[in-house]
Design a protein around this ligand. Structure first.
Ligand code: SAM
Length: 177
C-alpha cells in the first residue's frame, strides 16, 4: 500500500511510505524483491517474547479495552509464539543480522523492548536483547528509557514476594559502523 506522506509532514518534498504486511524473518528477500534501497533508520518494537500470553493481568487489561490478546496463531512465524526464551533471542538476533545487511553505513537501529516477569522471576529480555544483538556487527551506542508515567503503580504479591509492575520500557540504540 503506498500513501503520500505530504499530508503527515509539513514538507514540500515528494515521497511515499509503504506498509508491507509480511514476515520479518524474510526481510532480505522482501527487500531485494521490492528493489528497495539501503535503509537509514529502523525503529521497531518486536514482541516481548511470549509476554502477551504469559501475563494474566495483561490479558485482562487488554480484554477490557477490546484489544487482541494474541498477535496470531502462527507457530514460530510469529515471534510472540516462540515459547523457548533462548530460541526467541536467537530468532530475533537473526532478523537484526539481516537488517544490518540492508542498512546504510552509519545507519541506526532502535529496538523497543522490556524485561518480562513470568514463572516467578524476571527474565532480563531487554538486557539479553542488547547483548545478543551486540554479538552481531551492530554496535550498541545508547539506551533511552520510555517512561510510562500514565500507568498506575501496583504492588503485586506473588507467592508473598513483592513484585512491582513496570512503568518503563527500553529503547536500545545501535549503529552500523
Ligand atoms: C509489540 S508489537 C508492536 C506493534 C507495533 N510496532 C506497535 O508499536 O504498535 C509486536 C508486533 O510484531 C508482530 N510480529 C510478530 N512476529 C512477526 C514477524 N515474524 N514478522 C513481522 N511482524 C511480526 C506482531 O504481530 C505484533 O504486531
Amino acid at each position: 500500500m503506498a500513501l503520500p506522506y505530504s499530508s503527515l509532514y509539513s514538507t514540500q518534498e515528494k515521497g511515499y511510505w509503504y506498509i508491507i504486511h509480511d514476515n520479518s524473518m524474510n526481510v532480505t528477500d522482501i527487500w531485494s524483491k521490492q528493489g528497495y534501497s539501503e535503509i537509514d533508520l529502523v525503529i521497531t518494537s518486536p514482541p516481548y517474547w511470549s509476554q502477551l500470553d504469559r501475563t494474566e493481568m495483561r490479558q485482562k487489561e487488554r480484554k477490557n479495552k477490546g484489544l487482541d490478546t494474541k498477535y496470531s496463531d502462527l507457530d514460530r512465524l510469529d515471534l510472540a509464539n516462540i515459547k523457548d526464551y533462548n530460541l526467541f533471542l536467537e530468532t530475533q538476533k537473526n532478523i537484526f543480522t539481516q537488517i544490518h545487511g540492508l542498512m546504510k553505513p552509519k545507519g541506526y537501529l532502535v529496538v523497543i523492548t522490556n524485561n518480562v516477569f513470568t514463572e516467578g522471576k524476571l527474565f532480563p529480555l531487554a538486557y539479553d536483547t542488547a547483548t545478543s544483538i551486540s554479538d552481531t556487527d551492530w554496535i550498541l551506542k545508547d539506551e533511552k528509557i520510555w517512561l510510562q508515567d500514565d500507568k498506575r503503580l501496583l504492588a503485586l504479591g506473588v507467592n508473598n514476594a513483592w513484585v512491582g509492575n513496570r512503568c518503563h520500557q527500553y529503547c536500545l540504540i545501535f549503529r552500523k559502523e
